[in-house]
Ligand binder design. Sequence first.
Ligand code: NDP
Length: 307
Amino acid sequence: MSLFASLPQSDFPLADWVDGKKLMGKKLAEAVRAHIRAETQAHSLQPGLAVIWVGDDAASQVYVGGKEKAATELGYKSLVIRLPATATQEQIVAKIHEFNHAPDIHGILVQLPLPQHLNEREILQAIIAEKDADGFHFVNQGRLLAGAETVLSCTPAGIVLMLRELEKNVGELNFAGKHAVVVGRSNIVGKPMAQLLLSILNMTVTMCHSKTQALDSYVAAADVLVSATGVRGIVNTNKIKAGAIVIDVGMHRIDGKLTGDLDLQPVIERAAYYTPVPGGVGPMTIAMLLYNTFRNARALSAARHLA
Ligand code: NDP
């Protein structure tokens, strides 16, 4: 099966989640969750999600709580295993092995960041590819590169779903051959994002990062601009092309208020569509985590029936 099949196969009418120029990820995430609910019922499945949270990072507390709540609301079995910041590599890997073998768990997620003394790569790769909820396993990343159906990294998957639905429903929009610029090249967001824009939407993709020279010139040339730097103000939004689609992945808490990477005022004036923060990309990330866990449950259940 092709990469396209990795995304929810349903229609999500724009009237439910696009408000003028604003791509309301929060509303689309509700529709995706309703789709997952219908699918889990149709397949008589109860997906199980286990989250391993090490240490006491304050932001992680909010993210873990959000994931647990969303999973429980959908009727998933939801486990949060909290380990102290002093937990050893062996203790964490042993926990992962336990979940790898648990028949009622279909998605395993290790909340990042991990404390400094731990080997993040080794820990993430200890989760078997079939129970990878985040699309971080090397096998799943390789499948993405090869254009095969896989578990997608949640944030880029949520963004490409938004863009796919826009293209399906806005007559004049055709992404094929248009220029996408992704600012940020992390394994979690930037790289899989670029790959999905290339493979699913057939865009011509430029990846920018901290060594990129003349970033403004790329920003000005983008038909779709994705900012995933985690640094506010890097992208000069006065330079964006009129009519561009602008996606802000960044999350910053300033004086208790959540904002993205971008200064939105010029975006609101110039873009055709944009994602707000909060309520844009973030809720889609959680919806895709739940979707990945459902997909894993469906595949594992089918494999059990064949065995
Ligand atoms: P990383 O820190 O792993 O990556 C940041 C990327 O930005 C790097 O590739 C870095 O380049 C690039 N960058 C940094 N400074 C510049 C610069 N001056 N010019 C151009 N590029 C630059 O972050 P993540 O990808 O994990 O996350 C990015 C942001 O997205 C964070 O704010 C995070 O909180 C947010 N996020 C939000 C999610 C959501 O659900 N809304 C989910 C995941 C992340 P280089 O590689 O050269 O260092």
